[in-house]
Design a protein around this ligand. Structure first.
Ligand code: F6P
Length: 533
């Protein structure tokens, strides 16, 4: 398929984007879903390319695969598991069968337990040794960290519970900073780990327990586990009544909707958390029922595939014009790169085309004063994905928000239209330049234009909207994975580093020899040892 699409992309590249604009393009090359608008008109996709992409989505079985996911088939083939994070927000409770059993009673029961617990923490009914809980520390990494951290920050205007802190890195600097100034007697520690074996999390959890033990008689009473490995959490010493379990059909990077979301629920309350789930559920229904050409996750995926596979742009920038979505790029890095960063297709053959793209980004307007230079004038083309709310949470600062919106819209316009050499010359002439100096200045001040972007716009970043947005990206990654023939739900690529780290830890502890390591590793270890005594 990529060959035909590449031919179309070459043609589109020569034509550019601005010439495509005629009556109705903006509306035609946009998708709406329940209060959100995705405008992909500022890409080089024309009607012919879109038709080809949609035909490919049908041919590659996106609708059937989507149904297989929602109905509990084992689409995670390498781990022989269902993929049912959607069940966690199936608030209607309609049966979802996995391995012959309806998973919904268990899902709803856990949700009810989470609500009871979060309400008790928030009301002060559940207390620490020193009184009502003032601070919650979520210890986890990857999917057990990025979702909670990103969403708690995004929904700060709704937070009226205890303060939430996040520890992920094995670097002792992380937990030291997080615990600094907290009162152990009024702190609740959430140990968030699907497997309850992850070295970073278990090391940080042990450090937190020692910190707690120094001043609290019954430290176990202030620990909670969020995990699929209920037995391991109990063995670690957490009261089973404080263990919130989930099933192996919830992948780590898709786990914010259940127990891993407990810090968010404690921060914003169970009603707002339910709204968050409702938003995701609405996106699930849209994804499952809307025709492909009016389906927001499908169209966002096709735009992404067009850029990565037809145009050959290897990276994608996520640029939220929303300071509170500052961790969204990091969240999407895991979601997209851990899901679709694979070199082998589902059938075991090596990919003969690129896997998913590199995802990166920063909030606007900060990025404008840092890396946008390269996006506008560098030699690499970087498709940009802008996100912006029509209004902010600070009505008294509405002029800030107008400036934010103006900047966001100006960037996508500037990327598309650019500034021709002729326009740059006219500008320089107006500034008084003449002759060779004018020509030289003009060359530096022209912009190639024709650089693609999409804009996702919504009214206000509420819990419901955030739920919709995250589910939108989850389904986008799913569709891209199906089109690439990839299993988006395993992550074998993280294993080798873990094994070698264990091996090297033994060397650093002096329990294993260094001699059999490669020269570079020997040199680096020797350097470390020369300082650590
Ligand atoms: O190492 C990668 C990974 O397995 C991620 O997929 C996961 O989100 C993260 O580690 C944390 O895993 P756990 O929740 O089991 O501690």
């Amino acid at each position: 398929m990529w060959r035909d699409l590449k031919i179309m992309a070459d043609k589109a590249g020569r034509r550019g984007i601005a010439p495509l604009f005629g009556d109705g393009r903006a509306e035609d090359f946009s998708v709406r879903a329940d209060g959100m608008l995705l405008d992909y008109s500022k890409t080089a996709i024309d009607a012919e390319a879109r038709a080809a992409l949609l035909a490919e989505a049908e041919a590659r079985g996106v609708p059937a695969r989507r149904e297989a996911m929602f109905t509990g088939a084992h689409i995670n083939q390498t781990e022989d598991r269902a993929v049912l994070h959607t069940a966690l927000r199936n608030l209607g409770g309609a049966p979802v069968i996995a391995d012959g059993e309806d998973v919904m009673p268990g899902v709803l029961d856990t949700l009810a337990r989470m609500k009871g617990f979060a309400d008790a923490v928030r009301s002060g009914a559940l207390r620490g040794a020193g009184g009502a809980i003032t601070d919650v520390v979520n210890i986890g990494i990857g999917g057990s960290h990025l979702g909670p951290e990103m969403t708690v920050r995004a929904l700060a205007p709704y937070a009226d519970g205890p303060r939430c802190h996040f520890v992920s890195n094995i670097d002792g600097a992380d937990i030291t900073a997080a615990l600094d100034g907290l009162d152990p007697a009024r702190t609740l520690i959430l140990v968030a780990s699907k497997t309850f074996t992850t070295t970073e999390t278990m090391t940080n959890a042990a450090t937190a327990r020692r910190w707690m033990e120094r001043s609290v008689d019954d430290p176990g009473a202030q620990f909670v586990a969020l995990s699929s490995a209920v037995d391991k959490a109990a063995e670690w010493g957490i009261d089973p009544a404080r263990v919130f379990g989930f099933e192996d059909w919830v992948g780590g990077r898709y786990s914010i909707w259940g127990p891993i979301g407990l810090s968010l629920m404690i921060a914003i309350g169970s009603d707002a958390f339910t709204e968050f789930l409702r938003g995701a559920e609405a996106m699930d229904i849209h994804f499952r029922t809307a025709p492909l050409d009016a389906n927001m996750p499908v169209m966002l995926a096709l735009v992404g595939l067009w850029h990565t596979h037809a145009c050959g742009y290897p990276t994608r920038a996520v640029l939220p014009y929303d300071q509170r979505l500052g961790r969204l790029p990091a969240y999407l890095q895991q979601l997209e790169m851990e899901s679709n960063g694979k070199g082998v297709a589902m059938d075991g053959c090596s990919l003969t085309y690129p896997s998913g793209p590199v995802v990166w980004g920063e909030p606007g307007t900060n990025g404008q004063h840092a890396f946008y230079q390269l996006i506008h004038q560098g030699t690499a083309v970087i498709p940009c994905e802008f996100l912006i709310a029509a209004r902010g949470h600070e009505p008294e600062l509405a002029h800030h928000h107008r400036l934010l919106v103006a900047n966001c819209l100006a960037q996508s316009k500037a990327l598309m239209r650019g500034r021709s050499l002729e326009e740059a010359r006219a500008l320089m002439r107006a500034e008084g330049y003449r002759g060779a100096a004018l020509e030289q200045q003009a060359r530096h001040r022209m912009f190639p234009g024709g650089r693609p972007s999409t804009t996702l716009i919504y009214d206000l970043l509420t819990p419901y909207r955030l739920g919709q947005i995250i589910a939108l990206y989850e389904h986008r990654v799913f569709v891209e994975g199906v089109m690439l023939g990839i299993n988006s739900f395993d992550q074998w690529g993280v294993e080798l580093g873990k094994v070698l780290a264990t091996d090297l830890q033994a060397v650093l502890d002096g329990a294993a020899p260094l001699a059999d390591k490669d020269g570079s590793t020997r040199q680096l270890v020797t350097f470390v040892q020369s300082y650590s005594g």
